[in-house]
Design a protein. Structure first.
Length: 464
């Protein structure tokens, strides 16, 4: 892993990427007297959302989950063709632009007594680290952010990483509860420095990561569900609590998924996504996906198809999640409700989980902007009743909708098998279950975990 002085990395990021255009800060980054937390935080948040959560590894995961397709002949990433070099950018943004600068921000905030900044740094470090380990499995952390000490950091086991994630979230909550020192204000794109909101997000993230371990070795689903329910008591309580970045939408400041669906990328929606929404008569469809320009119909591409169709004959991401100014969520209230529904299902059964599951659907309808009570009632009549046989699949299918295009869908599928998918036609392997370690790591930091690495290997918590 290449190492550099973090503030130089920050300056390079802001000068040579759309981050600078998005931030529109007044400071001159060419002559920094010191790297203030107020300069670090907005660049970190932007890079985390735009280049990690919606970056290339997440786009690859959306292909694997058959959410999107390429209007290209196979083989391609949709048929599981991926190379280590394809992951270099996401790894670099994860470590260099986010984790290293978060470490710098926290150290500086702790020294000055700026506990809001320190708490935010801990929460975002936990989030970024969780993203890395969920994508790759074992990853460097304990030695990874000490550039002056080692250029070849060892990889920590995913089990250790998960313990670290919960510790970081607890530390973040404690710092945020103190709420001392300088306040971020609008330098915090997510919550404008509101400690109460950050604490709710941290507890909701704790629940998410507890539920990731429902089938991990030496863990039980019941224990993880109870931990999650306890965390959610202090978690998000309404749609207003979402942890998200609101894009400006002007040139150079567009939502990443808006850019992904531009014709130059040839990314369109898959038949799996489109057909599932159509078959359920989901009233959110008009916001989630578009009709094709050519035929004014909902049409997705069959992944692995040999022919190449007109881009305008296919559906794209809809206005709610894929407009230039659409917000992009890191975690949201609807997911919190469905985490609660799943945990309740594990501990108390489908009957107890049903009202929470229905509440999540209603919250998402309100969030998306479905105003027809008749349409909502019809959908709930069709999809709102869960039982022991269908509860888990229905909960995860709804979770894939409230987390539309999110990499969290990849995590849920690996640990539950839902939403159910089959290997695509012309596939070059079985369905992937992790990302390949990037080429730069293989070259610059060889580790035992690299041996025999493959897309079909399972991460620690993805036990059979």
């Amino acid at each position: 892993m290449k190492k550099s002085i973090p503030y130089i990395i920050l300056v390079a990021t802001c000068l040579f990427s759309s981050c600078e255009k998005f931030l529109d800060v007044n400071e001159n980054p060419n002559e920094p007297s010191s790297v203030q937390e107020s300069l670090l935080l907005p660049a970190i948040e932007y890079n985390l959302v735009h280049n990690v959560v919606a970056g290339w590894a997440s786009i690859d995961a959306a292909h694997f989950m058959q959410l999107i397709a390429l209007n290209q002949a196979p083989p391609n990433v949709g048929t599981y063709l991926l190379n280590p070099a394809d992951l270099n950018d996401t790894w670099r943004y994860t470590y260099t632009d986010c984790l290293e600068n978060l470490k710098l921000m926290k150290e500086q905030a702790d020294e000055k007594g700026n506990t809001i900044y320190s708490g935010i740094a801990s929460v975002l470090t936990a989030y970024t680290l969780a993203y890395a380990t969920d994508m790759w499995g074992d990853v460097p952390y304990s030695q990874a952010l000490n550039a002056t000490e080692t250029f070849t950091p060892v990889y920590d086991s995913q089990e250790i990483i998960y313990n670290t994630i919960q510790t970081l979230l607890d530390e973040g909550i404690a710092s945020l509860q103190t709420a001392g020192g300088t306040l971020p204000g609008n330098r915090d794109f997510f919550y404008q420095g509101n400690a109460t909101q950050w604490i709710k997000a941290a507890y909701t993230l704790k629940a998410r990561y507890y539920m990731h371990l429902t089938k991990a070795p030496n863990h039980t689903a019941a224990a993880q569900a109870q931990l999650a329910l306890s965390a959610l008591e202090n978690g998000m309580q309404s749609n207003a609590d979402d942890l998200r970045l609101v894009y400006d939408g002007t040139a150079g400041k567009e939502n990443r998924w808006y850019r992904n669906f531009l014709p130059v990328e040839t990314i369109i929606l898959s038949s799996k996504t489109v057909d599932s929404l159509v078959s359920r008569n989901d009233p959110r469809i008009t916001q989630l996906i578009t009709r094709s320009k050519q035929n004014n119909t909902y049409l997705g591409r069959v992944i692995g198809s040999s022919g190449i169709g007109s881009l305008e004959s296919y559906s794209l991401g809809g206005s709610f999640y894929a407009s230039a100014n659409s917000p992009l969520n890191l975690i949201n209230y609807r997911e919190a409700l469905l985490l609660k529904a799943e945990a309740t299902l594990i501990l108390s059964g489908a009957e107890a989980a049903a009202p929470i599951y229905q509440q999540a659907i209603e919250a998402d309808m309100a969030h998306i902007g479905v105003s027809s009570s008749t349409a909502i009632a019809a959908y709930l009549a069709s999809r709102g009743n869960i039982n022991a046989d269908n509860a888990l699949s229905y909960i995860m299918e709804e979770k894939a909708i409230v987390n539309f295009l999110s990499p969290e869908i990849f995590n849920d599928w690996r640990r539950t098998g839902y939403p159910a998918i089959n290997k695509v036609q012309n596939a070059v392997s079985d369905i992937p279950r992790k990302m390949l370690y990037p080429l730069n790591e293989l070259t610059n930091n060889p580790q035992p975990q690299h041996n025999g690495d493959a897309l079909t290997k399972r991460v620690w918590w993805d036990a059979q």
